[in-house]
Design a binder for this molecule. Sequence first.
Ligand code: AMP
Ligand code: ZN
Length: 483
Amino acid sequence: MTDAHALTLFNSLTRQLEPFQPVHEGEARVYSCGPTVYNYPHIGNMRAYVFADILGRTLSHKGYRLTHVINITDVGHLTDDADAGEDKMEKMAAEKAQSIWDIARHYTEAYWADIAALNIRQPAQWSVATEYVPQMIEFAKQIADKHCYEIDSGLYFDVSTVADYGRLARAVTEEGEGRIEAVDGKRNAADFAIWRKTPAGEKRQMEWDSPWGPGAPGWHLECSVMSGKLLGFPFDIHTGGIDHREIHHPNEIAQNQAFCCTNGLDIPANSGARVWMHNNFLVERSGKMSKSSGEFLRLQLLIDRGYHPLAYRMMCLQAHYRSELEFSWDGLGAALTRLKRMIMAAERLADVEAGAPSHPKLAAMIETFEKAMSEDLNTPVALTALEDVLAAKKVDPAAKRAVVEAMDAVLGLGLFGTSRADLRLRPKNAVISEAEIEAALAARKKARAAKDFAASDTLRDELAAKGVEAMDGDPLGWEWKLG
Ligand code: AMP
Ligand code: ZN
């Protein structure tokens, strides 16, 4: 596929669209803030990784050699992002009476399962915070004299020692801003711990010796150190959800400035990463996204209810990553139906070998797709271009196959790796077997064809009593879901 379009990305730091200019010719180095593995990720968290995946796939598609790092935070993230409260890992370990290491392993594996289920490509490296503590101490030692001060609770970063602190944030982070809790002895409200000392007389499950006494690294320090070590300052792109734009990333940037230079942020390279990108939130009105609510929205819950995980990926792609996306079961159902239709169309190309992607009819669709992805990853428009290709009539199937493959390599819907049957998941609490449902649906179809609506209604009611809703409007004829 040819590429006449330069990639333009929205940089949260400069608040504008900028042409992507790699630091190293032909390469793209990307760091994404990873999960804190004290609990299962909710589907909102996974939106952040679908976004990072789309970014990575697009960079690959544009021909850049991609190095993507995602970290695993297994220490240091407090219950409050702005540095107060308890360590999330310690808290969960105490609640479950398990070791932090077991908690971390369990939830890291659960997160990786979601990554795989959503067809998110593996990054070049998963960097685990606890494996970089000596490097974190080294980094802290280098900036301590000029930029930090020690108080009882730890070594704190003085945000007044770097130029332009907080430029990235949209909310005010000055004194009085509600989210930052007061800590005795802090010079500025926005100062944050880069090393948290274990209180005298206490022993934490996770602690390391340091020049400031036994303790644990601060969450912000982790990401500065791992991104700098693995990608080199300055690297190209740093990603995360918009909540990170307010505290975590401004603090990373301040540390990076202290480490590299103390110059201001008018030159983006001074922030450690040239481009900072943030996905907007997935929201849900009833509060089911909160991990503290009993049944929160995990990917597994969607699967248990009969929705294939790729339907959730589709749902994410239907919105631009910078727009808020509202979750609803109906919306998810619609995304699943859309995916089914695309997969059905792709199945017609299953045995076709890809040929040259050149066909006059397809050229305009390719153009639309390339333009959309090049303009700050406009997946909603790119999806429609892919659908147009799938629906195009009187086009050489070999050319069609080639174009669909290339577009799907960017969107990652797995159109040739997933069959219609794969998409049909049986809800976990369905009290009826799939074969029985199929038989009832087939009988009902027959009855309807024979205009025996009484029999058809009876079959529908019987299915409904068993928790299965037969969906008449569905021309595919094989749709069912839990009523
Ligand atoms: P955490 O495990 O809390 O550090 O979050 C992992 C990632 O999910 C971070 O990039 C967050 O910014 C992002 N995130 C958290 N909540 C949401 C949400 N509701 N929608 C989209 N992204 C989110
Ligand atoms: Zn981070």
